[in-house]
Design a protein around this ligand. Structure first.
Ligand code: SF4
Length: 889
């Protein structure tokens, strides 16, 4: 495609469900720069650290650029023929349910639409599910139970208009940073706004919370069920709304009333005083928004949690009004778009229901698809079980990495390895999943592809290409359509452009909609290429007969149930104990600020890789003492399914009896960091979403004989250490190491790490008695690599060592300083990166605080830290607070 390099292209961030607008520009020298789009209503110009670093993630290192069959480069025709013929043959021999697609919330709506159409319409199976099943399936199920449709009633503006925001299982500061910034800015203008955080951990989001409820794992069902009873007992109900617009209130209240305060305190782990203060605040605040994300959804009771929350909003009539409503925030950039096209196994298309014969007949007619699937397909966890037991014999994985992200990940990997035919379309040639594919199909990446995404507030925005497709990479929709044609469905897959696909999707959404379906963008059914290219972000609904005057749903009822009334769901909280003597701790999994999913993109950015460069586990000091674990020890976490090795972070922010660990690290970045090897395939019975945040585990110190840290210019081909974690840094790579054996040939080990022969220009220091070894190898005037080994965690400053890769080392004195492992006088160590935008470290911020900066604003004035994307402001405030406490002691 022709790209106009002088033009600034309006596109959308490919990370989280906030869906920020991005302006991307390619300079004459090919350099790409990005900035926030001030006109985009999701972010008004803001970007978080991940969005700001997008330009660092688009190089072609590691890209899959040509189709391959069994590791052999082939042309597109051969690859597509192989996929089409194997799928057709499998269907002919074993039936349509013997094949499956596992797709992704990273796909654009147009990609998703075509994949869903091929599987449900023409293969005749509904075996298409998505990694969004791991993200927000419980919200979908909860919405459909209560509203009769998967509708998010509110908008982001409600977060600024609310007088009370309740954040449940949602670390917005790190996972949806721009929404967090919008709330923080609104709170600065209206300090009377109250924020309650419900989370087992004291996350960075607690920085703006007036109240932090450190709830027991899965205690949220009891918390909100009992809130309903409290609202009933304290005359805080909207009787008119309940009577006019809902059904089932009596049964829901009856079920809720069975809980007594002592029982709720036990189920939630909260004191009666905490419960009383929260309930009273909720009851008296009309403008309340309850925001929830993975902490609610990723649970075996996720759908009940969602309905327990929605029940409280229905009972108070606080829904669809400015500043009031339940609000599900999605993790992925296009989880909502996937829901709209029916990209989940239990949905049809355009929010129509696969179980509904009239809906099926309509879609069958529209697609001219006589083989349309008649029943729901297998949800993600069941799908991989079917791969494991041989029911599914041909599997196509698109834009996702289930070997790392699915629960019981080792079993999922074994299933994929054993599957007779696996196709993976991806942008990278080497991921933990791609390595098992029989056919690898190179897909275009962010910046090269065109289409639309929908964010958490139902806003559809364009993603636009500003770079040419590299090698033979092709858009996902094109790849799927070509396979569809080769399977004999040419007429249905004659799409030539994403604009045409979007127009078809829009037409289907509006087809025969008499107001009984929420998702309707029929106004765009006739959109042409030009209008599509300049399409401004818009919120649905956008029906062909004109949009309603409000962008919110349900203030006046009109739900999408047969009687147009919302359904209260009676909830009976169940307190589940999963721990036992062997596995006494609860593991909660989640994310860090500067990484995304399995790091296939953020792992390329030196800036993002410096904030947290290593997988870790947060453990409460009392638990650390109990299990003999010190800060920075390497620990082994085990469950009945697998184990990981990570670094211990001892912190009172963690709840006693629970651990927290992030899910990003894969075999590409760590020796044993795949966290989902620990999680179970236990799912919510309604939504099928896995319970990734409540896993019984044990923890023990890994008795390392030696620890190491190294920097090197080239990424090591392999690392012969029991524990290693590799991360990108500015001049090359850095590696954390730990060894079960301290009797190593360190010179040879260093040479293998640096990719340099042992005869290269090398300086070394060995103190065998003290277990200290330091080796630096030079390539001319540049450092090829430096290795530091010690009997305990290596104390060398990571930032300082990484800087050495970018410097010239002509003199012996400078070279000896590297081997000494410390900066020279007057070269202070910046410490761990806090502000990724301006590379400001924790030590620099602490020094500024010691010098008199006592506010985040004054740190910004002195160091610039926190003045760009603002994602680090909570951490800066924590450093200021820690210094203040230290000074007071
Ligand atoms: S909040 Fe950050 S990651 Fe999410 S869409 Fe905006 S810039 Fe991207």
């Amino acid at each position: 495609m022709e790209i106009d390099a002088a033009r600034e292209v309006r596109t959308t961030c490919p990370y989280c469900g906030v869906g920020c607008g991005v302006l991307a520009k390619v300079a004459a020298d090919g350099q790409v720069s990005v900035r926030g789009d001030a006109d985009h209503p999701a972010n008004f110009g803001r970007l978080c650290s991940k969005g700001s670093a997008l330009a660092e993630t688009i190089d072609l290192d590691g890209r899959l650029l040509h189709p391959e069959i069994d590791g052999r480069r082939v042309g597109w025709d051969e690859a597509l023929d192989r996929v089409a013929s194997t799928f057709s043959q499998t269907i002919a021999e074993h039936g349509p349910d013997a094949v499956a697609f596992y797709v992704s919330g990273q796909l654009l709506t147009e990609d998703y639409y075509v994949a869903n159409k091929l599987m449900k319409g023409f293969v005749g199976s509904a075996n298409i599910d998505t990694n969004s099943r791991l993200c927000m399936a419980s919200s979908v199920a909860g919405h459909r139970r209560a509203f009769g449709s998967d509708t998010v009633p509110g908008t982001y503006e409600d977060l600024e208009l609310a007088d009370l925001i309740v954040l449940v299982g949602s670390n917005l500061a790190w996972c949806h940073p721009v929404l967090y910034q919008r709330i923080a800015a609104a709170r600065e203008k209206r300090p009377e706004m109250k924020i309650v955080l419900v989370d087992p951990r004291r996350t960075m989001t607690a920085d703006i919370a007036d109240m932090h409820l450190a709830i027991a794992p899965d205690g949220d069902v009891a918390l909100f069920t009992a809130l309903l009873a409290y609202l009933g007992q304290h005359n805080a109900l909207d009787r008119a709304y309940i009577d006019e617009h809902t059904t089932g209130f009596g049964q829901a209240l009856f079920a809720a009333s069975k809980l007594d305060l002592a029982g709720i305190a036990e189920a939630t782990g909260l004191s009666e005083d905490e419960l009383g203060r929260f309930y009273s605040l909720f009851a008296r605040t009309e403008k309340t928004v309850t925001v929830y994300s993975q902490g609610v959804n990723q649970s075996s009771s996720g759908t009940d949690k969602v309905n327990a929350i929605i029940n409280c909003h229905l009972a108070t009539g606080r829904i669809g009004k400015p500043g009031a409503g339940p609000f599900s925030v999605t993790g992925q950039p296009n989880a909502m778009g996937g829901r709209e096209v029916g990209g989940m196994a239990n949905m049809l298309a355009a929010h129509m229901e696969i179980e509904n014969p009239a809906h099926r007949a309509r879609v069958r007619r529209f697609w001219n698809a006589p083989a349309l699937a008649e029943k729901p397909g297998l949800k993600a966890v069941d799908m991989f079980k079917a791969v494991a037991d041989g029911r599914i014999k041909a599997l196509w994985i698109m834009a996702t990495n289930p070997v790392d992200s699915m629960p019981d990940a080792d079993a999922v990997e074994a299933a994929i390895k054993a599957c007779p035919f696996v196709v993976v379309s991806d942008v990278l040639e080497s991921t933990d999943t791609v390595r098992h594919a029989h056919v690898r199909l190179p897909a275009t990446a962010w910046g090269e592809k065109d289409g639309t995404v929908t964010n958490s507030e139902r806003r559809i925005s364009r993603q636009q290409a500003f770079l040419p497709a590299p090698g033979e990479a092709r858009p996902d929709w094109w790849i799927v359509a070509e396979v569809g044609k080769r399977m004999g469905f040419g007429e249905a897959f004659a799409h030539a452009t994403p604009a045409g696909i979007f127009a078809e999707h829009a037409a289907l959404s509006g087809l025969e909609n008499d107001g009984t379906r929420d998702f309707d963008i029929g106004a765009y059914a006739g959109i042409d290429g030009e209008d599509y290219d300049t399409l401004a972000p818009f919120q649905w609904p956008a029906a062909s007969q004109g949009s309603p005057p409000t962008t919110r749903f349900f203030a006046n009822g009109n739900f999408y149930t047969p009687d147009r009334k919302a359904r209260f769901i009676p909830i009976r909280p169940v307190v589940e104990t999963r721990t036992d003597e062997k596995f006494p701790l609860v593991l909660n999994t989640g994310r860090v600020r500067d990484h995304w999913h399995t790091m296939t993109r953020t792992g390329k950015s030196p800036r993002l890789s410096q904030h947290i460069a290593e997988p870790f586990v947060e453990i409460h000091p009392a638990d650390a003492q109990l299990f003999g674990i010190g800060d920075a020890d390497i620990v082994r976490i085990s469950s009945p399914r697998g184990e990981v090795l990570v670094r211990a972070l001892v912190t009172p922010r963690q709840r006693q009896g629970s651990l927290f660990a992030p899910m990003h690290w894969t075999d590409q970045f760590a020796a044993k960091g795949r966290l989902d090897a620990l999680t179970a395939s236990l799912t919510d019975p309604v939504s099928g979403q896995p319970a990734l945040k409540h896993v019984a585990v044990r923890i023990e110190k890994f008795a390392a004989k030696a620890f190491g840290f190294a920097v090197m210019r080239a990424r090591p081909a392999s690392v012969a250490a029991t524990y290693w974690v590799v991360a990108k840094c500015r001049g090359g790579w850095r590696v954390e190491l730990a060894f079960a054996d301290d009797n190593m040939g360190w010179a040879d080990f260093a040479a293998s790490l640096f990719g340099a022969p042992p005869t290269s220009d090398t300086l070394a220091y060995h103190d065998r008695d003290a277990g200290q070894h330091r080796i630096a190898a030079f390539d001319g005037e540049h450092l090829a690599g430096a290795l530091f080994v010690a009997p305990g965690p290596v104390a060398v400053s990571r930032g300082w060592a990484a800087e050495k890769l970018e410097e010239v080392h002509a003199g012996q004195r400078e070279r000896f300083r590297i081997v000494a492992g410390r900066a020279g006088a007057g070269r202070p160590d910046a410490g761990a990166t806090v502000c990724s935008c301006f590379s400001v470290g924790a030590n620099q911020i602490a020094a500024a605080v010691a010098a008199g900066c006592t506010t985040v604003a004054s740190i910004g004035e002195t160091l610039k830290a926190g003045t760009n994307c603002g994602s680090c402001r909570a951490e800066i405030r924590a450093i200021i607070e820690a210094r203040r406490v230290q000074a007071a002691e």
